[in-house]
Design a protein around this ligand. Structure first.
Ligand code: PMP
Length: 435
């Protein structure tokens, strides 16, 4: 029995499934989850003292690599000055200004602690602003675990093949209309069916919780146009993509590529907190100023804008410059090409899909022509990923424990780290082929 095995057995007697977030339990890949004790740069170390090259990056936040010395110093400095005041701090405004200066369509920001809170607040704001109740979401998109947004969500629900969650009142679920992604006809139809009743469409900027599925060119702009023509708001969920794919997230990449549109609200998380709990809802002033204390839409948080967490986010965003994004893009090019080559050499049917520096592999003939919606994504051969995942883990590479999650690189993935991953690929590709 390894130390990891012992820790997992003990954890399961203290916590449901032994975890505090479902996908961590390795349910879909099998085996014992690794308990990590430390992390530095592109590496994580488990309780048995084994080091892995990390391709999870805390599910996104660790864009600079783990424990970046300047981020750690900023956190230590903030902690030494007090862990929490429950009052305003100068650094909160600085972080909000970082966000508004990077994302042109954002005029006001409210900091919260998790992506779930950010999307939940965005939906409440949209309802308060429009005086309408219905929210449209796309199947396979994940926006956190608030009641109204769990219907046909991706992430752990995709991993566990669940359509939604028990415990969500029917009356609440009925306020969410789920439609297929990348489907302009379904979009037109939902607005035709519910005239004057839709408060908002919420969409992942690029879907990355059912594997990586980009919006077709023009789709996000179509969402904005359709919402605005019908008196609804567009909520662009950049919790995962924001400040990771570029200085202004996926929206920034699209605008730079000539696809100009204006979401009314954005949600951010992950990178914006640099590994500590910070997230944000942000957008145009007219909508954001509906929030209390200015307006009638209530939202609050004891630890919102926590000084230690804000210090981590601020230090991370200050360091995330053009050179960091260029390195992430280069690393994604190199790694996705190497995975492509290794799988092709073994004749494993697959498709690799990218959104900026994020990518994931879909497995099997049924999906090899490309995936643009959830219905197709769930047809992949997840069992091949299970074999691939464990071969990589045995070789010292920690991948996301689900075929439906993106692979996350960091700017600390240097040549040595990438070479270790690439060296492990031939054996893992053979395991996937034999599965
Ligand atoms: N939105 C998106 C797009 C996400 O990827 C996630 C988390 N993976 C969330 C919202 C929820 O964020 P959190 O886990 O911080 O609540």
């Amino acid at each position: 029995m390894t130390h990891n095995d012992e820790l997992f057995a003990r954890a399961q007697t203290a916590m449901p499934g032994g975890v505090n977030s479902p996908v961590r339990a390795f349910g879909s890949v099998g085996g014992t989850p690794r308990f990590f004790v430390s992390a530095r740069g592109p590496y994580v170390t488990d309780a048995d003292g084994r080091e892995y090259v990390d391709l999870v990056a805390s599910w996104g936040p660790a864009i600079l690599g783990h424990a970046h010395p300047e981020v750690v110093a900023a956190v230590q400095d903030a902690a030494a000055r007090g862990l929490s005041f429950g009052a305003s701090t100068p650094a909160e405004t600085e972080l909000a200004e970082q966000i508004t200066s990077r994302v042109g369509a954002v005029e006001r920001v409210r900091l919260v602690s998790t992506g779930t809170e950010a999307t939940m607040t965005a939906v409440r704001l949209a309802r308060g602003f429009t005086g309408r109740d219905l929210v449209v979401k796309f199947s396979g998109h994940y926006h956190g675990h608030s009641d109204g947004l769990l219907a046909q969500a991706g992430s752990g629900l995709a991993t566990l093949a669940l359509p939604g969650s028990a415990g969500v009142p029917e009356a609440v679920a009925a306020q969410t209309v789920v439609i297929p992604y990348n489907d302009p006809d379904a979009l037109a139809e939902v607005f035709a069916q519910h005239p004057g009743r839709i408060a908002a469409v919420i969409t992942e900027a690029a879907a990355a919780n059912m594997g990586v599925v980009s919006p077709h060119r023009g789709f996000n702009a179509l969402l904005a146009r359709t919402c605005h023509d019908n008196g609804a708001l567009l909520i662009l969920d950049e919790v995962l993509t924001g400040f990771r794919l570029g200085a202004a997230g996926l929206w920034g990449l699209q605008v730079a590529a000539g696809e100009v549109y204006s979401p009314d609200l954005f949600t951010f998380g992950k990178v914006v907190g640099g590994g500590l709990p910070v997230a944000a809802v942000a957008g145009r002033a007219e909508v954001m100023e509906m929030l209390a204390p200015l307006g009638p839409v209530y939202q609050a948080g004891t630890l919102s804008g926590n000084p230690v967490a804000v210090a981590a986010g601020l230090a991370t965003l200050r360091l995330a410059d053009a050179a960091v994004y260029a390195r992430l893009d280069r690393a994604a090019d190199e790694l996705s090409t190497a995975v492509e080559d290794a799988l092709a050499r073994e004749g494993v049917a697959h498709v690799i899909q990218r959104a900026g520096n994020l990518f994931s592999v879909f497995w099997g003939e049924d999906v090899a022509a490309g995936v643009s919606d959830y219905e197709t994504a769930v047809r992949q051969e997840s069992f091949r990923y299970r074999a691939f995942f464990h071969a990589m883990l045995d070789a010292g590479v920690s991948l996301p424990p689900s075929a439906f999650e993106a692979w996350f690189l960091t700017a600390a993935h240097d040549d040595a780290a990438l070479e270790r991953i690439i060296a492990a690929l031939p054996t893992a590709a053979r395991a996937a082929a034999a599965a």
